[in-house]
Write a protein that binds this ligand. Sequence first.
Ligand SMILES: Nc1ncnc2c1ncn2[C@@H]1O[C@H](COP(=O)(O)OP(=O)(O)OP(=O)(O)O)[C@@H](O)[C@H]1O
Length: 277
Amino acid sequence: MIEFRGVGKTYDDGTVAVETFSYTVAANSLVVLVGSSGSGKTTLLRIVNRMVEPTRGHVLVDGRDVASMDKVRLRRSIGYVLQAGGLLPHRTVADNVATVPVLNGVGRRQARAAVASLMERVGLDPVLATRYPAQLSGGQQQRVGVARALAADPDILLMDEPFGAVDPIVRRELQDELRRLQRELGKTILLVTHDIDEAFGVGDEVVVLKERGVTAQSGTPAQILAHPADEFVRSFIGADRAERRLRPATVGGRRVLVDDEGRPVGVLLGEEPVAGA
Ligand SMILES: Nc1ncnc2c1ncn2[C@@H]1O[C@H](COP(=O)(O)OP(=O)(O)OP(=O)(O)O)[C@@H](O)[C@H]1O
């Protein structure tokens, strides 16, 4: 669980990146922070693993204030996935994936042994282990980034525009796999994107941010789509378009609301979207 309690950040040059932000990411849920460029998404993500120190408020991970934790240990205990994987270019795929376990003192041989199964878990052929990042496609690099973040078996994954650098088809594939991984591994995931369709496609809950990290609305995709809080949210989600596109369907025996690609965006009870869907 990640709790943001009145968190704010003013950078040294006076830029107010986040005025004040409070939100609780429940354990084992996938929450998406979505907002336009400069709304403070990356700042909020980095405050969790103390790559950025807040100027106001606190972040608690599983009830402990991160400010009281050792920074290096904290960072190694939380998986962090960046756009294009954020891989080390002069290290092989296997070395990239094994980086954090080795830093944490796991024997090199043991870490290497785990690489193949991690690669399989994220849908990568283990024969790619000896390649360098530049010898992989964007989608493959992204999967390596996820495998690397999972290598230390963290309870929490932070993902910053993880699918930004790949084409729409691969992006969709990676989004589906993230949902699968989330179900299989039960991690707590906080993901940042500017893409509202991505947010609704992968998030259990979505937080729509205005400028300076101000929350416009938070809730399940179905709740936000059904009842946009204000004009800002309505226009951000393209609500008119979305409402027209959504239709009820039965998926896996459950009544759900799907978009025009058949992607479930919420569960229906009667014809009403349900909280926590
Ligand atoms: N180190 C810094 N010093 C000063 N200002 C900064 C710094 N880092 C970010 N900012 C500013 O803080 C604001 C929020 O930035 P942040 O990167 O958190 O937004 P974002 O929503 O992630 O944007 P994007 O989608 O473009 O990555 C922006 O105005 C940005 O210019």
